[in-house]
Design a protein around this ligand. Structure first.
Ligand SMILES: [Zn+2]
Length: 429
């Protein structure tokens, strides 16, 4: 059996094996996103483009998907023949602003040497349609996002894969946090799987845009998997003061201080990371709150308190939003309803997945450190990388080498170094 360390120090790209039987391939369906609805092209909306069309020296090959920001296309460089993923923003006021901020953060990260677990921006350009500007960002081609992998494939990961993915993401989060950047939008749909040349070839040659097939076998403990943190469109510098910025992000991953206070810091990304880790293990949402449109906050806090204990005012006095003061009783505890039946604890949940008692115990203690209500007590990314759950069953290699090597692309016709797709965020931000 290949050890974790040999997997991660390997120079092979993930998913390069041709021997994976079809049943173990990852099949990601695109559901209803294969076409852009006509109304999306209205003023302020998407750029109307078609396969075969050129944007500067990139020819559009295939529509890959869309999100709230715009569309994503597989492109081919007219001179080098390099495939890339082009994210074309809408033209309304907020999208070029978000794109501009994302570019600024990605260029900052790149100027500090970049990180193997953070998407790399290859090029930025502005294209025009009847005088209206659309920002286009060119990324390496990446595979499916973690949300699709978890929820579309219906597979749960072996503990070794959970740890490997977690370690890579924590390396990326540590990198940005140590540079005063808060990602602000860490969630499974913003984590992309790197793919091999063969997978890119399959993507190019598959005329069907309703589903994509990848030679990535996540059912095996030694599965080669490289993940990349994407979408810095909501990122902030920790010294910026933008108290309402966080309200744009998906509530499922939102830390309690983001609801309750105007003060926050890098610790909020760790709460979000914990929500994503839960999804990887359980294959379900930690806070299934979205169906409660009218009474969302009450339900979300109820789920939180039933999972992690009473929410106390003392943990949120720093910058408490005044409208929440009435939620707390005279003893400084938030009033929430009891859910009756206790939720399964993390230890039991991990054991149900077949994990050893040791792994389940490490997981449980780790989760409770990620979900400290008080952001000052919450585990940091650097501390998390030293936690036994992350360190065990695979040596942490960051000191000697990057968590993952740059992808070695063995497709003989391609000399370029790239690998990436852009996030296809799918939330009502
Ligand atoms: Zn919620």
């Amino acid at each position: 059996m290949a050890s974790t360390s040999s997997t991660e120090s390997s120079t092979d790209a993930p998913g390069t094996s041709n021997s994976i039987p079809e049943s173990n391939q990852l099949v990601i369906t695109m559901a209803d996103k294969t076409k852009v609805p006509e109304e999306e092209y209205a003023r302020g909306g998407f750029l109307r483009v078609n396969p075969g069309q050129f944007i500067n020296h990139h020819q559009l090959v295939k529509y890959l998907g869309r999100g709230t920001f715009g569309t994503v296309w597989l492109t081919k460089h007219t001179e080098s023949g390099t495939y890339a993923a082009m994210k074309i923003s809408k033209s309304n006021i907020t999208c070029p602003d978000a794109a501009g901020r994302e570019i600024q953060f990605l260029e900052n990260i790149d100027s500090r040497g970049g990180h193997p677990n953070i998407v790399k921006l290859m090029e930025k350009l502005v294209t025009h349609d009847i005088g209206i500007g659309h920002v286009a960002m060119v990324f390496e081609v990446l595979g499916p996002n973690l949300e699709s992998v978890i929820f579309d494939s219906g597979r749960t990961f072996p503990v070794e894969v959970v740890k490997r993915v977690s370690r890579q993401l924590l390396e990326a989060i540590s990198f940005v946090h140590n540079r005063d950047i808060i990602h602000m939008n860490i969630k499974s749909s913003n984590v992309m799987l790197a793919i091999s040349e063969n997978n890119i070839k399959n993507l190019v040659s598959n005329p069907d845009s309703s589903s994509n097939r990848y030679d990535i076998d996540l059912t095996k403990a030694d599965a080669r998997i490289v993940v990349k943190l994407a979408d810095f469109g909501h990122a902030l510098y920790s010294y910026e003061n933008m108290p309402d910025r966080h309200l744009e992000t998906n509530c499922l991953f939102r830390a309690p201080e983001q609801f309750l206070t105007t003060n926050y810091d890098t610790a909020l990304d760790m709460w979000s990371f914990g929500c994503m880790l839960y999804e990887m293990v359980a294959g379900s949402l930690l806070f299934p709150c979205k169906q409660y449109f009218l009474d969302h906050d009450r339900v979300h806090f109820m789920l939180m308190a039933n999972r992690f204990g009473p929410i106390t005012l003392a943990d949120f006095e720093d910058g408490l939003r005044p409208e929440f003061l009435e939620n707390f009783n005279d003893d400084g505890q938030m009033n929430v309803e009891d859910m009756g039946e206790p939720l399964p604890n993390f230890f039991e949940m991990a054991q149900q997945e077949g994990w050893s008692a040791e792994d389940a115990n490490d997981f449980s203690t780790f989760m409770h450190l990620l979900f400290k209500y008080n952001r000052g007590e919450r585990i940091t990314a650097d501390e998390a990388l030293r936690h036994n759950f992350i360190r065990s069953n695979g040596v942490r290699q960051a000191e000697e080498a990057p968590a993952v090597p740059p992808l070695a692309l063995d497709y003989p016709e391609a000399e370029e170094v790239f690998d990436r797709v852009v996030p296809l965020p799918d939330d009502e931000e």
